[in-house]
Design a protein around this ligand. Sequence first.
Ligand code: ADP
Ligand code: MG
Length: 449
Amino acid sequence: MDEHGSLTDGVWDEIIDYLRRYHGWLIRGWFGQLEPLTIRGGVLEIRSANEAQLRYLEETCRTAFTEAAQVVLGQLVAVRFLCGGGNGEASRRIEPADLLRLDRAYTFENFVVGPSNRMAHAACLAVAENPGRAYNPLFVHGDVGLGKTHLLQAICHRVLGGCQPLTVLYLTGETFTNDFLEAVERGELHSFRHRYRHVDVLVIDDIQFLAERERSQEEFFHTFNTLRQAEKQIILSADCAPKELKSLQDRLVSRFSWGLVVRIDEPCYETRMAILRKKARARGMELPEEVLELIASHIRRNARELEGAINKLDMASASCGGRITVELAREILRDEIEPHRPRITMDDIIEAVTERFGVRRSELQGRRRSRSIALPRQVCMYLARELTRLTLEEIGGYFGGRDHTTVMHAVQTISEARRRDERLDAELAGLIAALGGAAQGRPPAGAKL
Ligand code: ADP
Ligand code: MG
C-alpha cells in the first residue's frame, strides 16, 4: 500500500494467492477482472464488472476476502465490493489461468495431434467441451515429456474460457498430498474438504505422487467419490496405467478405470517435425528444414527433448546472427544427438580404414593428395565426425594438422558421395557396423543429414 492508499501489485497478488490456497473453491473464471481500487480508512475497495458478480462476492466471498486482506496486510481491514463505472484508475487484472498457475502456452491450439496422441487429445477435448458428461474420470497416462500436462492444462484453459461459469482446480498429486497434510496439521480439514469437494472440474496431474501416502489416498478416495456422485468432472494423469500404480489402493485403481483410460505414445517422425515447427514458430525462429530434420531424426523419445533442442538453438542463434545451419546445429546439439555413442577412437577408425582400403597409416597421415589416398583419408575424417566426439580441429590434427575447413569439406564430400554411390554407401555402412556404430550408421529415409 502506498501513501495514496492504492494497492501495490504485490499485495493484491498475495491476497489472491491466499484465496487460491485456502479458499480455492470460491474462485470463479471472472475473478481475473476484479480490480482492487483503494484502501482508505481501513476499507479495501474491490470493483467487479456487473451486478451478478457483485452479488456473488457479497453473498459468498466477503469473509474469505476479509481474512485474506487481513493476513496479507497484517492489519484489521474491512472489504467493500463495488460494481461497474471505472474512474480511470487503470488497475492490473489477474487472469484465472494465472491463479491456477497454468502455462499460457499449453492450449489445444498449440498441441500437435498425431497417431501417438490422437485418442488422448480427442478425449481431453470432449471432456473440456462437456465436463462431467463425456468420460468421468478421464485418466491420461504416458511417459515423461509426452504432453500429459499440456493436455490437462488445455482442458483448464478451455473450461475457464467457456461461457459457463465453472470452477476449476488444477494441481499435482504432490500438492494434493501436501495441502492435505498441512490441513491436518493446522486442524483445517473442514476448509480443505470444502475447497476440493465444491469444484466443477478437478484436474490432478501426476497422480502417482499420491501413491505412497495412506492417509492422503484415503482422503482422495472420498474426494473422488463426492465429486463423481455430483457429476463433477475428474481428470487424472500418471506416468503409467492405473493398474501399474503399484502402491495405490485397489479401490482407487479400480475407480480410475471407471471412465476412460487413454495412453500417449512416443511421437512418430512426422509428429516430431510438426512439434518442432510449432515450437520454433512460437519463438519467432526460422530454422531450415534440414535442421528440423536433423533434430527429428535423432531426438525420438519425447516432445520435451525436442523443445529443449529448439531452446538451445534459440540461445545460440544470437551469436551467429540468427542463421542456424545444419553444421552449426550438429555442433550445438552434439550431446543430444549422440548421447550414447559407443566410444570409438581415432585409432579404431584408422585401423579399419587402412585394412579396408589397403593403405598404410603413414600414407593417411602424410601429405599426398592422390585419389587412392585422398578418398580413404576423407573417409577417416567422415567416420571420425560420425562416430566420435572429436571436434573438426582435433580430427584435422590426426592428419598432419589439416585445418577444420578441410575436415568439413571431407565430411560433406563423403556424405554426398554416400547418397550418390550405392557401393560406397554399402561399404561405409559395413565399416560403421564393424566399428560398432551400426545404430548411427545411416540417416533414416527421408532425413537429409
Ligand atoms: P508430460 O506432462 O507428459 O511430462 P508435458 O505436457 O510437460 O509432458 O510436455 C513437455 C513439453 O512438450 C511441453 O512443453 C509441451 O508443450 C510439449 N509437447 C508435448 N506434446 C506436445 C504436442 N503434441 N504438441 C506440442 N507440444 C507438445
Ligand atoms: Mg507433466
